[in-house]
Design a binder for this molecule. Structure first.
Ligand SMILES: *Cc1c(COP(=O)(O)O)cnc(C)c1O
Length: 404
């Protein structure tokens, strides 16, 4: 078949299954208001949980950083490693309570590169079934024996760890700290205990934990710190700089040896152009703001509570999440699309998440909250959800009884 015919056939099949994805073009990043096709909307879909992407000091820091060069001009190991990257890495190491950190150009690259550097043929990788695509792809590319366990099922994890032990070699356990499409937290204390018992190495992806939660001493370090895990318990900590930090890129934090090792062996670090200095500078400023202004975390928590209270009063099918990621499970792909379209008509942008991003039959609205939302916007979203869900017939099972 010709290339054109092949592409057309596959696109047609996607459309027929109702899974065709379309880009929305915004005039600027949501703050959380955004202009889409000339219309002003409130976004409940971005990962800018602390409102740092549009923070004047963060933007000013990016502009300042751009004076160091629009690009890094080479990979980090050639001549693309600047003082601003060092400063950012030191700030990340301090904020996560680890000896050192290494920046990558994206979370995707950080996960792929780290997993493939640490394990290979003859080793095992044990992953939660709902792990982010970048962890799954890293597992595949590593050529290690890939073992999966049912979501957050620690008994199933224990069985897979036993199997991995029988395989021989080293074992890496990789989990999201906060799951990107469900918003629930991994049972990290139990997972770390099992890893200790089975001599497995634990890697935690803090894409949705970093900046938002932590311990008293490390308030922005993420979910592992929030659950009392130390650097011994979770020796490989990955986080992103494009979510709560509002910029782009990612990091791995850990021991000095781990970071030295990744510089030598992580191919997605070595064979790619260094992070643009503007991004490093913006991310550094964002880390400083998030630590200096803990009230942002508090505002976010208040907004999450407000949304969950309102959704519970309405009997909406909320997931079990206390994070800013609040999934409304509707199940049917078409229903999710209809409700999202109706919300858009009413001026709200929410994520409509379908397979293959989530398992078949679990299509959902992925509503995300930010410290930047004001309470009135959340109240308005809840009201819009009422009518959008009713119009789409989304809550067919007794929604009228639970609604006030
Ligand atoms: C977004 C995300 C990534 C990828 O990070 P990018 O910097 O966007 O490439 C990795 N893991 C999880 C859990 C994520 O949500």
């Amino acid at each position: 078949m010709t290339l054109r015919a092949t592409l057309q056939a596959r696109l047609a099949e996607r459309r027929e299954r109702g899974l065709y994805r379309q880009l929305k073009t915004l005039e600027a990043a949501p703050s959380p208001t955004a202009v889409v096709d000339g219309r002003s909307m409130v976004a409940f879909s971005s990962n800018d949980y602390l409102g740092l992407a549009c923070h004047p000091q963060v933007i000013a820091a990016q502009q300042e950083g751009a004076r160091l060069g629009a690009g890094a001009t080479a990979s980090h190991l050639v001549n693309g490693h600047l003082q601003i990257h060092e400063a950012l890495q030191e700030e990340i190491a301090a904020a996560t309570g680890r000896e050192a950190a290494l920046v990558f150009s994206s979370g995707y690259a950080a996960n792929m590169g780290t997993i493939c550097a640490l394990i290979g043929r003859g080793d095992s990788i044990v992953s939660d079934k709902l792990n982010h695509a970048s962890l799954i792809d890293g597992a595949r590319l590593s050529r290690a024996e890939s073992l999966r366990f049912a979501h957050s099922d620690t008994a199933a994890l224990a069985r897979q760890l036993q199997r991995a032990r029988n395989t021989g070699g080293n074992t890496l356990v990789a989990v999201d700290g906060v799951y990107s499409m469900d918003g629930d937290c991994a049972p990290l204390a139990e997972i770390a205990g099992l890893c200790r018992e089975h001599d497995a190495w634990l890697m935690v992806d803090e894409a949705h934990g970093f900046g938002l939660m932590g311990s008293e001493k490390l308030p922005v370090a993420g979910s592992a710190a929030a659950m009392g895990l130390t650097g011994e318990d979770a020796p490989i900590l990955m986080g992103t700089l494009g979510k709560a930090a509002g910029n782009a890129g990612a990091f791995v934090a850990g021991s000095r040896e781990l970071i030295d090792y990744l510089v030598q062996f992580a191919r997605t670090y070595i064979y790619t152009t260094g992070m643009p200095p503007a991004v490093a500078s913006g991310a550094l400023a964002a880390l400083q703001v998030m630590q200096r202004e803990p009230e942002r975390q508090q505002r976010l928590r208040n907004n999450i509570d407000r949304f969950r209270r309102g959704a519970a009063e309405r009997g909406l099918p909320l997931g079990d999440s206390t994070s800013p990621i609040q999934p409304l499970l509707l199940g049917c792909d078409q229903t999710v699309m209809r409700v999202a379209a109706e919300l858009a008509t009413q001026g709200f942008l929410v994520g409509a998440i379908r397979p293959p991003t989530v398992p078949v039959g679990t299509a959902r609205l992925r509503i995300t909250l930010s410290a930047a939302h004001d309470p009135a916007q959340i109240t308005a979203l809840l009201a819009a959800l009422d009518s959008a869900l009713e119009d789409a017939g989304a809550l067919s099972t007794g929604s009228s009884e639970v609604r006030p």
